[in-house]
Design a protein around this ligand. Structure first.
Ligand code: PBG
Length: 342
């Protein structure tokens, strides 16, 4: 090559196009980033436990607690200040029974917490109660059992209708059915409309897999599935991706306002396929086991917690999620708001 020749022109063995130019400085990388995380992308899952006077740490999820009503309200106000738009609420009752009565009791922990939250933050936070029975049943299943001990789909739908009405009456903006019963979105939409809650929406756990990554969550909500059972008869087989599109299409047809894929990181292919298939907002749930892997690895010094948090959440957004439910929500929003160049 002679002096003055255009270096962008291919010359012998040297590459003409140099992608490294745009990666050279943090400012160049920031300017050309295709995906940006913002506090508004995040939904914080929170646990509230009946009958405790101090927040209770969840040992399987370092940094996560079961809240009292009082500490829940403090955390909710913090989310508002950080620009996180929504929380997903799980109630942990002090009494459980075969039909999960506490889930639909107007004075059940979730309903009490929803009313307190609405009083504390008004409409500044979107309140989304998880709609399921497993936290409230003494057998730990997500529904009513038939006489053979199997989860009875249609009897469970009747209970979900009652839970939806209780949650909507207590002030839920959206309810989030997570039990993977067939027809649950349609049944809940019908119940809400019949009772005049036409403005209450549904965030449907649409493609929810039977996953080992829910392990730590069971401690957070004090759930033990009777007889060492599992949820494979209703949650999806991890082997199946096309089936997720059937689930999602049904939920949208039944009236889901937002559809969710869960877990997130092991199912990014499913998330991308769902993104291509529907135009409603899509959420992804970075579940307890995904959080625990990251938190424990960081505790042991083998991963950088902040970098791993941003990498995983950015990847989930890149794959197609509009919203991400994550136990890292407040922490990441805190970093984003205090370091605007992050
Ligand atoms: C069911 C429910 C589960 C999770 C959210 N809703 C547990 C399950 O399906 O067994 C898991 C959330 C997590 O692991 O973070 N109510």
């Amino acid at each position: 090559m002679t002096v003055g020749e255009n270096p962008a022109t291919s010359y012998g063995a040297y590459p003409a196009r140099r992608l490294r130019r745009l990666r050279r400085t943090p400012a160049l990388r920031r300017m050309t980033a295709e995906t940006r995380l913002a506090p508004a992308d995040l939904i914080a899952p929170l646990f509230v436990r009946e009958g405790i006077t101090e927040p209770e740490p969840v040992a399987s999820m370092p940094g996560v607690v079961q809240h009292t009503i009082a500490s829940l309200l403090v955390e909710a106000k913090r989310l508002v200040d950080l620009g996180v738009p929504a929380l997903l609420l799980f109630g942990v009752p002090s009494r459980k029974d075969a039909v999960g009565s506490g889930a639909s009791d107007p004075d059940g922990i979730c309903q009490v917490a929803l009313r307190a939250l609405r009083g504390a933050v008004g409409d500044d936070l979107v309140l989304i109660p998880d709609l399921c029975l497993d936290e409230y049943t003494d057998h730990g299943h997500c529904g009513i059992l038939d006489r053979y001990g199997a989860v009875d789909n249609d009897a469970t739908l009747e209970r979900y209708r009652e839970v939806a009405i209780a949650q909507a009456s207590a002030g839920a903006d959206l309810v989030a059915p997570s039990g993977m019963m067939d027809g649950q979105v349609g049944a809940i939409r019908d119940a809400l409309d019949t009772e005049g809650h036409v403005g209450t929406g549904i965030l449907a756990y649409a493609a929810k897999y039977a996953s080992s990554f829910y392990g730590p969550f069971r401690e957070a909500v004090d759930v033990e599935i009777a007889g060492g059972g599992d949820r494979r008869s209703h949650q999806q087989d991890p082997a199946n991706a096309r089936e997720a599109l059937v689930e999602v299409a049904l939920d949208v047809a039944e009236g889901a306002d937002i559809v969710m894929v869960k877990p997130a990181l092991p199912y990014l292919d499913v998330l991308a396929a769902v993104r291509d298939a529907v135009s409603v907002p899509i959420a992804a749930y970075q579940v307890s086991g995904e959080y625990a892997m990251l938190a424990f690895a960081a505790e042991r010094g083998v991963l950088d917690r902040e970098q791993a948090a941003f990498e995983t959440l950015t990847s989930i957004k890149r794959a197609g999620a509009d919203l991400i439910v994550s136990y890292l929500a407040a922490e990441v929003a805190e970093i984003l708001t205090s370091h605007p160049r992050r």
